[in-house]
Design a binder for this molecule. Structure first.
Ligand code: F6R
Length: 606
């Protein structure tokens, strides 16, 4: 969602360019407005603009603020339209305190009414603006900046990450409660951000703050305390992401770069996790770890939900009672659990509010929790009893691509570990499945090298609708194909279980609704029957299937081949073809591929 960046540098440095760079690195989190603030001895200078970071940069070029300490923000609106006034940072009446904030202040109406009654004038429609006004009141009461910051935080209900600068003070004050916040530790400089890529080009030494942490940052020091001011120790960790991981490296879009990073990401996902003897070695989870588990519940949102559906197939085949829930639904109506229920949160960012709320619900009811995530130090990783990392590297494009492939690979290994622990047996075709996984990096590379979806994209852009069907693991791939398509092309797309077509959706099928059919091996003949049903209604059929499926290739109008492999790997390969279809259609239509309208990378509100 929104992104926070902040930097405290030596007195002779100007941090404005650093803040701008930090914001550009976070632009994937929010991009409807942005701003920066630097304090001087009497007031804080705030420059903020509706629109992308370029609009802000243009204004900064003209206005030319400077300061050795500053905060910045890129916004994805929750309260109030994306306007200059609603952009962060927000200030108090005297322009003495400037605050940037992620999350939601749930009691802001009550606080604003109270502050208004005491004479405060508000200039935005945001919930954030109550914070600088509260701090300012406490400063007027004679409190220190530190004390005033804590006293203001104590009044806030909800989930937030906040960073603040105050006129006449050369420190940055920040606090975390439910929204991510990290400190970057450099030689003679300190950073604060909602996400590591913000400052990765400067330092890879990171301190992950915990809920309830308050930090005061100066160029040489970060002092972390709890809300009552008691010192708190947090380890400094070295992240193994490279700065170039967060750059475009010659690709037109991050999404295309990340699609092409899948072979390397998959290599990392499985590296060391498949033994030479054909077993599974999840260092964190030796054999027997899950012997007590009786049932599995997977909670996730969006693309991660589709990865969860994918592994459900494998667990179900192995006789493990498994359910998959959308995070938002589980948080509202948690499913019954016992202490032997394993609740697995699948979340790239580890910060999705709906998924975190589900985890809290599961934990309160006594279930065992496990996070499968990309982000070490994320809220999900820290909240859960255990965590397993997908090692995909930073994903900047809002549309999840490489992380889906890595989630599927890692969840497949985890699913098999769980099934073996519960049943005492490996799956019959374990060797073939592991071979399929091991071949995935080179098979994905083959798809990327051979794919020729551009002409297909030209033909099928801007139709009445685009339907995606599949069964078995091809069903979640169909859902994922449709999600990606609608997300970045803004064209209508829906995914269905192939067998469901005739129970309703077939009424929508016309010659102007291409149907993308995903084939993963088992039951292909049934899916082919469904293809013939749509073709007889005049719809063009595009198949994504093994290059050896001649009977499919003969029937359909367009054929996108994938290497012949195990079904569990086939779904991942088919998904790569669909990613490319969506990408090229969106590109032809001139869409904002990396930052599709109305969407944000990390959805930290419920
Ligand atoms: C779609 C997409 C979203 C996310 C969803 C969950 O391309 O990226 O649907 O998958 O918001 O995010 P995580 O996995 O971070 O919990």
């Amino acid at each position: 969602m929104c992104g926070i960046t902040a930097c405290a540098a030596p007195a002779d440095e100007n941090v404005v360019d650093t803040l701008l760079g930090g914001l550009r690195n976070l632009e994937y989190r929010g991009y409807d407005s942005s701003g920066v603030a630097t304090p001087d001895s009497e007031t804080v200078s705030v420059i903020k603009r509706e629109g992308g970071i370029d609009e802000l940069a243009d204004t900064l070029d003209v206005v030319g603020p400077d300061g050795a300490v500053g905060i910045g923000h890129t916004r994805w609106s929750t309260h109030g339209a994306p306007t200059d006034a609603n952009a962060h940072p927000h200030t108090d009446c005297d322009n003495r305190v400037a605050v940037v904030h992620n999350g939601i202040v749930e009691n802001y109406t009550e606080l604003r009414d109270e502050l208004r009654a005491r004479g405060h004038v508000f200039t935005s429609e945001t919930d954030t603006e109550v914070i600088p006004h509260l701090v300012s009141e406490h400063l007027d009461d004679g409190m220190t900046v530190d004390g005033a910051f804590r006293a203001a935080i104590e009044r806030l209900e909800g989930r937030f990450a906040i960073a603040m600068v105050v006129a006449g003070d050369d420190a940055i004050y920040a606090a975390r409660n439910g929204s991510p916040l990290v400190v970057g530790v450099d030689d003679g400089r300190r950073f604060i951000a909602s996400d590591v890529p913000s400052f990765l080009e400067h330092t890879d030494d990171v301190v992950y703050l915990e809920d309830g942490d308050v930090v005061r940052v100066t160029p040489d020091e970060h002092v972390i305390t709890d809300l009552d001011g008691r010192p708190v120790e947090r380890e400094t960790k070295v992240v193994d992401w490279q700065p170039e991981d967060a750059e475009r490296n010659g690709f037109d879009h991050y999404m295309l770069k990340e699609i092409h990073e899948q072979p390397a990401a998959l290599e990392r996902a499985i590296n060391g996790r498949i033994t030479a003897e054909g077993g599974i070695d999840l260092e964190e989870f030796p054999p027997g770890t899950f012997s007590d588990v009786t049932d599995v519940q997977l909670v996730a949102c969006g693309t991660s939900y589709h990865a969860a559906l994918y592994v459900r197939q494998q667990l179900a085949e192995r006789g493990v009672p498994t359910q998959v829930f959308s995070g938002g639904e589980y948080a509202t109506t948690p499913a019954p659990v016992t202490e032997n229920t394993l609740v697995i949160a699948v979340t790239q960012s580890g910060e999705t509010a709906d998924t975190l709320a589900s985890l809290r619900a599961a934990d309160e009811r006594g279930a065992r929790t496990l996070a499968v995530t990309n982000v070490v130090g994320s809220s999900a990783a820290r909240f859960c009893d255990d965590a397993l990392f997908i090692r995909a590297g930073p994903e900047i494009g809002v549309a999840a691509t490489k992380t889906f492939s890595s989630q599927v690979a890692v969840l497949t290994l985890l699913g098999e570990r769980i099934a073996q622990d519960i049943t005492g047996e490996p799956r019959e075709d374990l060797a073939a499945m592991l071979r399929g996984l091991e071949r995935l990096p080179s098979d994905v590379q083959h798809v990327l090298d051979q794919s020729s979806v551009e002409s297909l994209a030209t033909k099928y852009r801007e139709r009445d609708g685009h339907f995606f069907i599949g069964r078995g693991v091809a069903y979640p791939v169909a859902l994922e194909g449709a999600l990606k398509f609608k997300e970045i092309t803004y064209e209508h797309a829906e995914g269905f279980a192939a067998a469901e077509l005739k129970h309703g959706p077939l009424a929508l099928v016309t010659p102007d609704t291409p149907v993308f059919a995903v084939f993963s091996g088992p039951h292909d003949e049934k899916t082919l029957g469904n293809v013939e049903e749509v073709q007889s209604r005049g719809a063009p059929a595009v198949a994504i299937a093994s290059e050896e499926s001649t009977e499919v290739a003969e029937v359909v109008d367009e054929f996108l081949p994938i290497p012949d492999t195990h079904p569990v790997a086939a779904g991942v390969l088919a998904n790569v073809q669909l990613q490319l279809v969506s990408y090229h259609v969106a590109d032809l239509l001139g869409r904002a591929i990396d930052k599709p309208r109305n969407l944000a990378k990390s959805v930290t509100v419920e």
